[in-house]
Design a protein around this ligand. Sequence first.
Ligand code: HEC
Ligand code: HEC
Length: 292
Amino acid sequence: MKLGSFRGVVFQSVLLSVGTLAWAAILITASATVLAQNSGKHAKTVRPDSERVAEASKIFAATCAGCHGLDGRGGERGPNIASRQEVQRRSDGELQRTVRNGISETGMPNFAFLGNAKIEALVSYLRVLQGKSAPEPIPGNSQQGESLFFGRAQCSKCHTLGGKGGFIGPDLTGFAEGLSPREMSHAILNPERESRQNRGSVSVTFVDGRSLDGIVRNEDNFSLQIQSLDGAFHLIQKAEVSEVKPAAKPLMPDDYGKTLSATELDDIVGFLMRTARKESGRAVPKEKHEDD
Ligand code: HEC
Ligand code: HEC
């Protein structure tokens, strides 16, 4: 991708965000009463530590409901994101990215300006609206899964889980929330294909011929912040850059189908599902071994 078009996208999204803010301000006051009813209706599914989620429900009402409806089931300007299976099945990580980056060429603006904490809370609140509750059986032996995750399979080199691990890949603590075992293993075996959006792993070429591979962590009209594989952050002026293109090779190994046995994959899936359920405060069923 040439830098020109990269910039175009940025300008477009900035414009959209500004528009959104303007009408969101109007909505804030109007939505307070409806919210009260709403939180009553969903009280059963709200997490015990729901302060964060309660705050997110206000942000949702002010920022998202204008298009998606207060209950998330769709409005004039945005689709149903509460009861549609397609959306329910997306990982927390994916939904967070959608909210952070928007979906270009559609009416879905980007909300990067909210910051990661609020975006994460918004997605938790979206899960409440989705009323996801039916727990799926967890496959594998999650203790084995844990030692593989932090050991031989090297997942923790790149992924954080419960505050431990690397930062180059997405945090997987709550990733399995709302996913079936099949979807989980699919996500591990096809990390790139599973994603609908460009995850921002890029190869930057500088005017002076140097190059740098990494993930775009931040961007404005004049600069890019890239995190390279070693975890280091690089602030780059766009004026020094000649080209930014999607990385030739995905960062996430795509051969876990070969390097892990089916049992080991189940163990890791089980471990990630168990972790996500603990994280969300839901009851975790007893360890039980079953086939998918
Ligand atoms: C200006 C209208 C508008 C606003 C404001 C808006 N959205 Fe959207 N949103 C859309 C549209 C339109 C789409 C469908 C995009 C497409 O065609 O794929 C969408 C798509 C989405 C999706 C993806 C659904 C899928 O298929 O994966 C999610 C999640 C989402 N919005 C969440 C939010 C959240 C959370 C907020 C508030 C922070 C928000 N939206 C604010 C218009 C909006
Ligand atoms: C060398 C770094 C690296 C290793 C090792 C690695 N990953 Fe990843 N993983 C990534 C990156 C980066 C992404 C984001 C997608 C991309 O750019 O390829 C990702 C994406 C994922 C996703 C999809 C996340 C989402 O939000 O859609 C899952 C699930 C995942 N990894 C699980 C694992 C598991 C389980 C292991 C170990 C068996 C593992 N990864 C090992 C770097 C890594």
